[in-house]
Design a protein around this ligand. Structure first.
Ligand code: PLP
Length: 400
């Protein structure tokens, strides 16, 4: 077969043709239990009937109008999304198509806010080592991982990185005269499922507030209910116990359950920074995505549903801990965003989990996050029996 794709992905040897709930089927009819959700995208599983209906019904009306006009479905989606993020302090939003694009919007808001209030030179955005914020030149500039910084320079200036968890380094880096914003994942995804500590987030919120530096949460992977609260940072508190409010929140991945979409949301302080003509996106707020997003929001903002996400995560953690498996060093995470450090390379495990499929036996779709960490991001709709079946496969594979 002639491969016309550019060689950007290290692909596993499988081509999918169909999905249903937590299951995917390849072109040869082999089946796979999906513990990856397309990297936290298909949060309600594959071909979720209400989602399929909503997209089909919208496609039969219209699938796009340009942003010179408003559409009923995009307006309804925007309103519900702001409502779902209200506890985190969000008041207005801009709709985009991807995570990188949402983070670009966040950086633009931070820079303009600072420029208008303090004049030029106070444009730096601080982020964490190990962070991942996207693949465009600017979002790579914000990504604190050396391996992404080869070959593509010069990068956008005005970004710097600090080690996570180090409050002294944070205090030093948040220079009031140079820094516009702090961009942070409450639970880092790509670098191995690393939740920030309460002390660290508390300090970040305090220092940002004292210095008028924007507190920006990249919830692209950990948001949309993934950790058991609608936004992952809702699990942190201010020093006095009050809930934390962000200045900016970015979302994408699970936002529309598999239809491409991103959003940058803003709190009171920065919600009117963008003026007419400042920003835009042809596909942003696309009606098909919005119709899908309304289904996701309706399900995922229900507190009982969010509690189930946490309980399912706890079931996975307690099962894996009960194995006392010699190859497992550690399991951590929140809700259905879990990292397992193993005493082996992760990639061969991913391959073995795929290759196991055949003769009626299912395969298992796993992710890695770093060379020796397995990452589990199952759909929220996964059943207890499916969790047990997937973990049984995982144990089998670890046993070699
Ligand atoms: C995936 C991801 C992004 C980038 O999103 P794209 O849609 O691939 O541009 C940014 N930040 C985090 C935390 C992510 O997990």
């Amino acid at each position: 077969m002639i491969d016309v794709f550019m060689n950007t992905y290290h692909r596993l040897p499988v081509t999918f043709a169909k999905g249903e709930g937590t299951w995917l089927f390849d072109i040869n009819g082999k089946k796979y239990l999906d513990f990856s959700s397309g990297i936290a995208v298909n949060c309600l599983g594959h071909a979720y009937p209400p989602l399929v209906r909503a997209i089909a019904e919208q496609a039969a009306k219209f699938s796009h109008v340009c942003n010179y006009y408003q559409s009923d479905v995009s307006a309804a989606f925007a309103e519900k999304l702001v409502e779902a993020c209200a506890a985190g302090g969000m008041k207005k939003l801009f709709l985009a198509n991807s995570g990188a694009e949402a983070n670009e919007g966040a950086c633009k808001i931070a820079r303009k806010y600072s420029l208008k209030k303090y004049g030029p030179g106070r444009h730096r955005i601080v982020s964490l080592r190990g962070s991942f914020h996207g693949r465009t030149i600017t979002t790579l500039s914000a990504t604190g991982q050396e391996k992404f910084h080869r070959d593509f320079g010069p990068f956008t200036e005005g970004f710097s990185f600090i080690p996570g968890g180090d409050i002294e380094a944070l205090d030093k880096a948040l220079d009031q005269s140079a820094v516009a914003g702090l961009l942070i994942e409450a639970v880092q995804g790509e670098s191995g499922i690393i939740p920030q500590t309460q002390e660290y987030i508390e300090a970040a919120a305090r220092l940002c507030a004292e210095r008028d530096i924007l507190l920006m949460f990249d919830e692209i992977q950990c948001g949309m209910g993934r950790t058991g609260t609608f936004l992952a940072f809702e699990q942190y508190r201010l020093a006095d116990g009050r809930p934390l409010k962000a200045d900016i929140v970015t979302l994408a991945k699970g936002l529309c359950g598999g239809v491409p979409a991103g959003a940058v949301l803003a709190g009171e302080k920065v919600m009117d920074v963008f003026e007419s003509g400042d920003h835009g996106s042809t596909f942003g707020g696309n009606p098909l995505a919005a119709a899908a997003g309304l289904v996701i929001l309706k399900t995922v903002s229900d507190p009982a549903f969010l509690r189930e996400i946490s309980q399912k995560g706890e079931r996975i953690i307690s099962t894996i801990k009960s194995w006392n498996h010699a190859k497992i060093e550690n399991i951590r995470g929140r809700g259905l965003m879990l990292g397992i450090d193993i005493k082996a390379d992760a990639w061969p495990i991913l391959e073995a989990a795929i290759n196991r499929a055949g003769s009626g036996r299912p395969g298992l779709l796993l992710l890695s996050a770093g060379p020796k960490t397995l990452r589990l991001l199952p759909p929220y709709t996964i059943s207890g029996a499916e969790i047990d079946e997937g973990l049984h496969i995982l144990k089998d594979i670890l046993n070699g």
